[in-house]
Design a protein around this ligand. Structure first.
Ligand code: OAD
Length: 245
């Protein structure tokens, strides 16, 4: 991984910014199912039944049950070496680093990441369906739960299909806009608009790295592709980078 780390270091320079996008693959080694791998969540559930505003309007308890089930499972798993390596990278780079995650689990948080944007929401939060206030929420959400501010009903703090992800107005464009290096880790690149971030960085001359079990795009998109498990490759890459920084 020395050679790969040298390329990243060269692109980063003394003051360059590094932005990371993660997807479900980084949490796979912790025991959380991805969405689109064989046997993944979207093999087991229909998106239209559990992950759209229309599904919630039609059958709110089914949607709540789906996220309550995922919330309960999250309490049984731990961050892995990939999450921890990104925590270390943030310690090394400080405010030159931003981590954007599509994941709604809290494994990056628990591994020490703080410059972290949960663009698709968070399992351990609930949001008022009426006034939009989001609050910490570790237990089941039920249809009887009410917002403390306006008495509206509480829903999962999750971005469903057809809804706008968070942080798109300022934080994500700022992070991607001047990134010298961009890592795309454990994401299939199937979901808009997260899948446009790499091309935004690339268009401004950033050095784009993919870490995944398999290549999701060609060399026209990524300058460097590292095939393997994030929990194995990332600690090696970041240890080599640390030696250079
Ligand atoms: P996907 O399930 O679409 O893709 C997971 C990716 O992780 C695949 O490309 C795998 O090859 C890769 N992968 C699996 N195990 C890995 C490992 N150990 N190390 C590295 N890579 C690994 O998940 P996402 O791309 O995150 O959105 O999906 C994006 C969004 O689609 C999710 O945030 C979710 C979903 O619908 C919403 O719910 C709004």
């Amino acid at each position: 991984m020395k050679n790969e780390a040298e390329k990243v270091f060269e692109a980063l320079g003394d003051s360059g910014r590094l932005t990371v996008l993660t997807g479900a693959g980084i949490s796979a080694e912790s025991g959380i199912s991805t969405f689109r791998d064989s046997g993944g969540l979207w093999d087991q559930y229909e998106i239209d039944d559990v992950a759209t505003p229309e599904a919630y309007a039609a059958n709110p308890s089914l949607v709540q049950d789906f996220y309550n089930m995922r919330r309960a499972h999250l309490g049984t798993v731990q961050p892995n070496a990939g999450h921890r390596a990104l925590g270390r990278l943030e310690e090394l780079l400080g405010d030159r680093f931003t981590l954007i995650t599509q994941n709604v689990d809290d494994l990056h948080d628990r591994a020490g990441s703080r410059r972290l944007l949960h663009m698709h929401g968070e399992l351990y939060k609930a949001r008022c369906a009426d006034c939009g206030v989001a609050v910490e929420w570790r237990t089941d959400i039920s249809l009887d739960d009410r917002c403390e501010s306006c008495s509206g009903s509480m829903r999962p703090h999750i971005v469903w299909f057809g809804e706008l992800p968070f942080y798109l107005e300022r934080e994500i464009p700022e992070a991607c806009g001047d990134s010298a290096v961009f890592f795309s880790i454990g994401t299939s690149g199937m979901v808009y608009p997260a899948n446009t971030l790499v091309s935004q960085v690339k268009a401004r001359g950033g050095f784009c790295v993919e870490i995944n079990l398999e290549k999701t795009a060609g060399p026209g998109v990524f300058d460097l592709q590292i095939e393997g498990k994030a929990g194995e490759t990332l600690p090696l890459l970041i240890a080599e980078l640390e030696a250079l920084l």
